[in-house]
Design a protein around this ligand. Structure first.
Ligand code: FEO
Length: 403
């Protein structure tokens, strides 16, 4: 198909895919996402950095052709750099290899085996395994490799275009956004930072100690000053690397705002009334509060706000001696995300309504303790909260907000 390549620097192009229509990838993707693919023209060799989701290659191939036309070069890719093997970045690799059979695939050792496991047809392909410190000379343009195991898969690595200072970081620093513009400063800052925070909360939170170790390694290798631009594989390109590196440092170390996130579900609106009274108590102290109703809100958005909240309130009526299934789903997700790995223990408040025996608050408190939250308060009301109950909710909100 006919498609446009976007020139980023001399001999460097974006040739990725705009997936306007996808609504679910690592959570809800409002407005879609992008699979960013880059093409680097050296004097001697041309390198393609990552590729795209299965079934979306036509856009990428159209942009690649356009980039070659713009450069006045004959269409030929010599090097394929595969920073990560997950299918949204490797799904058209077999098509690229078929089209350019002489191209060598540069990747980590884990990626080499993982690629063949994903795509057995690649078993005889030419693979060059690279490690941290290895470089590739394209002719006037040099790629330096930096392994990044478990950021976020065992095979992950970053590639730095040394002369231009462009770090191709793959998933790291990504956002599930789909704009026609490529740079962060071409769209509202809040939108990009919010999407980056959601991406971190849902994909990176449990890896926070590794993020900090990687930053220390980058400093040790004297690379920080060399990175002028960060080009991730999803969303906008960062023109100010320190902005997103600073944000990642804050999230990885559990730095939170004076903010409370309230998450609840409700059966006959009793727990909802309690949630709203708690919110008022927090707001009365001029502390930020965000409220989610699980019946209609989605967990990937909720954990984005939990990430930078000092306290989180969880509300559920009792059903079958425990919480609503929607809370159970969230507890399971939170146990995997392990927010306490950032070194900061968030306060939790548990509340809800019950008919007779109760059980939701007790079970949620246990689950939250197991997830690394500090349960500050746990209480429930019978059937419908009266004025006194709502006053108590207000006071609990106020007390936690003061803290
Ligand atoms: Fe965007 Fe790990 O894939």
């Amino acid at each position: 198909m006919k498609a446009n390549a976007k020139k980023l620097a001399d001999g460097v192009y974006w040739t990725g895919v705009l997936d306007w229509d996808i609504r679910s990838y690592h959570g809800y993707t409002l407005g879609g996402t992008t699979y960013n693919v880059y093409l680097v023209f050296g004097e001697d060799k041309v390198a393609l950095i990552d590729n795209t989701y299965p079934g979306t290659s036509a856009q990428m191939l159209g942009r690649i052709e356009d980039a070659f036309k713009k450069e006045g070069r004959e269409l030929n890719i010599d090097v394929i750099i595969q920073n990560h093997i997950e299918r949204d970045h490797s799904g058209s690799l077999t098509e690229v290899v078929k089209k350019f059979p002489e191209a060598a695939i540069y990747c980590s050792d884990k990626a080499a085996s993982g690629l063949v496991e994903h795509y057995p047809v690649l078993k005889d392909s030419k693979m060059e395994i690279v490690k941290t410190g290895d470089t590739l000379d394209l002719g006037g343009k040099t790629i330096a490799f930096l392994e990044a195991p478990m950021l976020h898969w065992p095979d992950s690595m970053f590639s730095l275009l040394v002369e231009e200072g462009i770090l191709f970081s793959n998933d790291a620093f990504g956002q599930h956004l789909c704009f026609s513009q490529r740079y962060d400063n071409e769209v509202p800052e809040y939108v990009v930072m919010d999407a980056a925070q959601k991406f971190y909360a849902n994909l990176v939170t449990p890896l926070s100690p590794l993020v900090l170790r990687k930053f220390a390694e980058v400093k040790e290798l004297d690379l920080l000053d060399k990175i002028k631009v960060i080009a991730p594989s999803h969303g906008q390109i960062w023109t100010d690397p320190l902005k997103i590196i600073g944000a990642y440092s804050d999230w990885a170390t559990g730095k939170c705002k004076d903010k409370v996130t309230i998450v609840y579900d409700t059966m006959h609106y009793s727990t909802q009334k309690m949630a709203h009274a708690l919110a008022e108590g927090v707001m009365g102290q001029d502390v930020e509060v965000v409220t989610y109703f699980l019946h209609q809100d989605e967990r990937s958005e909720i954990v984005k706000d939990i990430l930078d909240s000092k306290a989180v309130f969880f509300g559920s009526p009792t059903i079958f001696n425990g919480p609503f299934p929607s809370l159970g789903d969230l507890m399971y997700y939170l146990s995997g995300l392990s927010f306490d790995r950032t070194g900061f223990k968030k306060l939790a408040v548990v509340f809800g309504s019950k008919g007779w025996g109760g059980g939701a608050s007790r079970k949620l408190s246990q689950d939250l303790s197991n997830c690394g939250f500090e349960v500050e308060e746990s209480f429930d009301v019978k059937y419908v909260p009266g004025e006194e109950d709502l006053d108590k909710c207000y006071e609990v909100g106020k007390t936690v907000a003061e803290k």
